[in-house]
Ligand binder design. Structure first.
Ligand SMILES: [Zn+2]
Ligand SMILES: [Zn+2]
Length: 457
């Protein structure tokens, strides 16, 4: 569930057949006679067989490279590549930035793309692709580029010296025809052709139900996929009735406070600071002119660009914000090959007998893990007794254990009556001396019944 829609990116909203920015790493094993100025071959457009995998990190929370007691929220994907690797436009577009820009620490290329069938951003908005840490750029600002066209070459992050391309997609609504903010960054694997079998585990760790109003549940997602979109929690009581979670309802300002879900894009949108016309939290501390909805959680001195840049003094892989403790781990190029994310939801409402955690992916079936007693209890068995009146003109059927407004009373294998579930019913259509066999069933059922019993009035 994408409860807080940051994005209109969906099927049909971007180029249906885009190219990966390194064209499936074509320069690593170029076709015979191919040169980079020829661009990315059209046969690779929209073709998941030509992706730039492996990725060195994907969209979402991750450990900060410096490990200085925090993680950051990564708004794009990182593709490790040798310096000077050619970079191509993912779709037809207009060059808006090429080179240095005051908003970024490293040179970048930013392209604006019309949605399919559009010739303006005014109707349904535009989307943008950003190529960061480039070492050079071969397209001037203000020119148009074609899908697959060479636009520049990769460099390295000046902050980390890590040679890679940071690729990002931002999705701007029609109300913003000029630009897109970092809060509008969406999962790039919504846009790029991506396909990998889903091999995901959703495993519960420590669950603490001692405080029913702040039940905590730790869940670990381990996956070979890079397109995790959200993790959604459902809590059930001992009768397997779902317990409504107050965090599922936005507050007066439209914010989800301590929600029972962790949605990547909603998190980026909801928690991003500063560079937003809709949420200009330039003075976002307590009492500031644009007090942030979470000011009480981070105080006036907080200088993060996004709230998800949380920190925990004990472990730089962790951060606690808005009711969820997020733990991250580097997964490539370290020895851990898979995507790994651990979330501890600390503000679930109980009393919980069963908790389900569902990992939702951009392009694959979701996966659910369970904790506790998650099988609905079987209905209690129906018991029945029979008695006849002294004159032998009526049989009273008494039962208990049935649920529902009515029951079915069956006699000699056929439905006799469907009385209210009051616990008794009197059958006056009997003949003295004849034998009658009864049973009482759940309304509409012929299998959820009492055992049969026979009486001769
Ligand atoms: Zn990056
Ligand atoms: Zn804030």
């Amino acid at each position: 569930m994408l409860l807080l829609a940051p994005s209109t990116v969906a099927a049909g909203q971007t180029d249906p057949l885009p190219a990966w920015p390194l064209c499936g790493r074509i320069s690593a094993s170029p076709p015979v006679g191919w040169t980079e100025n020829q661009g990315c071959p059209a046969a690779r457009f929209g073709n998941a067989a030509y992706s730039d995998q492996p990725l060195s990190s994907t969209y979402g929370p991750r450990p900060l490279y410096s490990g200085d007691n925090r993680y950051d929220f990564h708004r794009g994907v990182d593709i490790a590549a040798p310096l000077g690797t050619p970079v191509f436009a993912i779709a037809d577009g207009l060059v808006q930035i090429a080179g240095d820009d005051p908003g970024y620490t490293d040179p970048l290329i930013k392209l604006r793309h019309f949605r399919p069938g559009q010739a303006s951003c005014a109707n349904v908005g535009c989307y943008y692709s950003l190529y960061l840490h480039v070492s050079n750029w071969v397209v001037p600002v203000g020119t148009t580029v074609s899908k697959g066209q060479l636009i520049g070459h990769t460099g390295a992050s000046s902050a980390s010296d890590f040679a890679h391309l940071h690729f990002e997609v931002r999705d701007a609504p029609a109300s913003d025809t000029a630009s897109a903010w970092s809060r509008d960054a969406v999962h790039p694997l919504r846009v790029l052709p991506y396909s990998v079998a889903n091999n995901t585990s959703v495993i519960f760790g420590t669950v603490n139900t001692s405080n029913a109003n702040a039940t905590s549940a730790q869940v670990t997602i381990s996956s070979n996929r890079y397109d995790l979109q959200s993790v959604e929690m459902r809590v059930f009581d001992a009768n397997h009735v779902e317990i409504a979670q107050p965090g599922n309802t936005p507050d007066a300002r439209g914010y989800y406070v301590k929600p029972p879900f962790f949605d990547m894009e909603a998190s980026n949108f909801q928690y991003s600071h500063k560079d937003s016309t809709a949420f200009p939290w330039e003075s976002y501390g307590i009492g500031g002119a644009n007090e942030c909805p979470y000011a009480s959680e981070h105080g006036a001195a907080y200088d993060g660009n996004v709230h998800m840049d949380a920190q925990s003094p004990a472990d730089f892989h962790q951060g606690l914000f808005n009711g969820v403790l997020v733990s991250t781990r580097k997964y490539w190029p370290s020895d851990v090959a898979d995507y790994w994310l651990q979330l501890e939801f600390q503000a679930l409402k109980g009393p919980a007998a069963c908790i389900e955690a569902t990992a939702v992916f951009v392009g694959a079936a979701s996966q659910t893990g369970k904790w506790g007693a998650c099988t609905p209890p079987p209905p209690s068995p129906i018991t029945m007794t029979l008695s006849a009146n002294n004159r032998g003109t009526a049989v009273t059927v008494r039962w208990s254990g049935a649920t529902g407004a009515k029951v079915d009373v069956r006699r000699n294998g056929a439905l006799l009556a469907s009385p209210k579930n009051t616990g008794s019913y009197t059958d006056k259509l009997v003949v003295k001396g004849a034998a009658y066999t009864y049973k009482v069933c759940q309304a509409g059922s012929i299998t959820t019944c009492s055992s049969e019993s026979t009486i001769t009035p």
